[in-house]
Design a protein around this ligand. Structure first.
Ligand SMILES: *Cc1c(COP(=O)(O)O)cnc(C)c1O
Length: 348
């Protein structure tokens, strides 16, 4: 019966981080998925528990509790929500891209964009970042974006860590024909503020998530700043009740705990510097809560195996199209995890 499955799902798919506890180690540094190592804020947990007690009812389809919390936090913007930012991306592609239409993607980057486009019957055009520092040539992205329905740029970029300056993003927005999806999963760790662009452009979407700085990866909740024209169409295209009431309540609660986010942002800034000062391999400059490390002459896969033996789980960058195979990506975790990583790396 497998012959019934669509061609695009016969091979490939999302590559998940290694599972740690398969290796019989007691204490494992989990530095592969860019999560905040701190458990969710007590405010998020209390709100989630309260919502759980009413989970016999379907959630509010407008997700008002979260939309209102986002407005209280950021101001008067239009938002959409989804099952993680991944869910937002999926629904946006479904809303905007007809089968056979094109999406332009700057690579190397997060792999889910391409998977979501192909699953919808769209075509992907890739634009390579510069080889030396992985910065973006806006003219190349504009050239591809002139014939694309959607252009996708990740800033700060996963896995390279660097952010694209606001002026360069403006240049892309001015030049392309369709919509720019700017993935801001890690923006809280950078010094870039793309929000003023929302008021200037009606073709910009800023994707955000509660999975990273807000410690809610397990609850799968994402959102995006969108131009107001998009909201009713996104709602029509999306799965009904996609965002569950417990996650929405937790996310709204998390937004009210600024200290929780600030603590991890400070930790990230401290350790980004220590990683680049102390690790004996070249560490790429990062605006995110992870760094990419050049581990040549090893491959990324080889280094992942070596570090696992020391109880450190990191991500090989082999599966990122457009990147040589000698990089790993390492999240910034708790002090003991970061120290264990540095010790293991420098002892190899
Ligand atoms: C983690 C991540 C996301 C999505 O996260 P969700 O858990 O689906 O909200 C999106 N984009 C990038 C670049 C990421 O690293």
């Amino acid at each position: 019966m497998e012959r019934l499955v669509r061609d695009c799902f016969r091979t490939g798919g999302y590559v998940f981080a290694k599972k740690a506890d398969e290796h019989g180690l007691s204490r494992i540094a989990r530095l592969a998925s860019n999560e905040n190592p701190e458990v969710p804020s007590p405010k998020a947990q209390a709100a989630a528990k309260k919502a759980l007690g009413k989970a016999n009812r379907y959630p509010d389809e407008r997700v008002d509790v979260l939309i209102n919390a986002l407005r209280a936090h950021y101001g008067d913007y239009s938002f959409v929500t989804g099952v993680g930012m991944d869910g937002v991306i999926e629904t946006l592609i479904r809303t905007l891209v007809e089968p056979g239409e094109t999406v332009a993607i700057a690579i190397p980057t997060f792999s889910f964009y391409g998977l979501a486009v192909v699953a919808q019957g769209g075509n992907v055009t890739t634009v390579s970042r510069k080889k030396n520092d992985f910065s973006l040539d806006p003219k190349q992205l504009v050239r591809a974006g002139r014939t694309a329905k959607v252009t996708i740029l990740c800033s700060p970029n996963n896995p390279t860590g660097n952010a694209t300056p606001v002026e360069i993003v403006s240049e892309v927005l001015d030049g392309i024909d369709g919509v720019l999806f700017l993935d801001n999963a890690y923006v809280e760790f950078s010094d870039c503020d793309y929000l003023p662009l929302m008021k200037q452009y009606d073709n910009l979407i800023l994707g955000r998530t509660f999975s990273k700085v807000h410690s809610l990866a397990g609850l799968r909740i994402g959102y995006a700043f969108v131009p107001p024209w998009l909201v009713p169409y996104y709602q029509r295209a999306g799965t009904p009740f996609a965002v569950n009431s417990v996650s929405a309540a937790a996310a709204a609660g998390a937004l009210t705990d600024r200290d929780h986010a600030e603590r991890y942002i400070a930790q990230v800034k401290r350790w980004r510097k220590r990683f680049s000062d102390e690790v004996k391999y070249p560490v790429m400059p990062s605006d995110a809560n992870f760094v990419m490390v050049d581990v040549s002459p090893d491959t990324g896969d080889q280094m992942v195996e070596k570090l696992l033996k020391h109880g450190v789980v990191v991500r090989s960058c082999r599966s990122f199209a457009g990147l040589p195979d000698h990089y790993i990506r390492v999240s910034i975790g708790e002090d003991w995890e970061n120290k264990l990583f540095i010790k293991a790396m420098n002892g190899l």
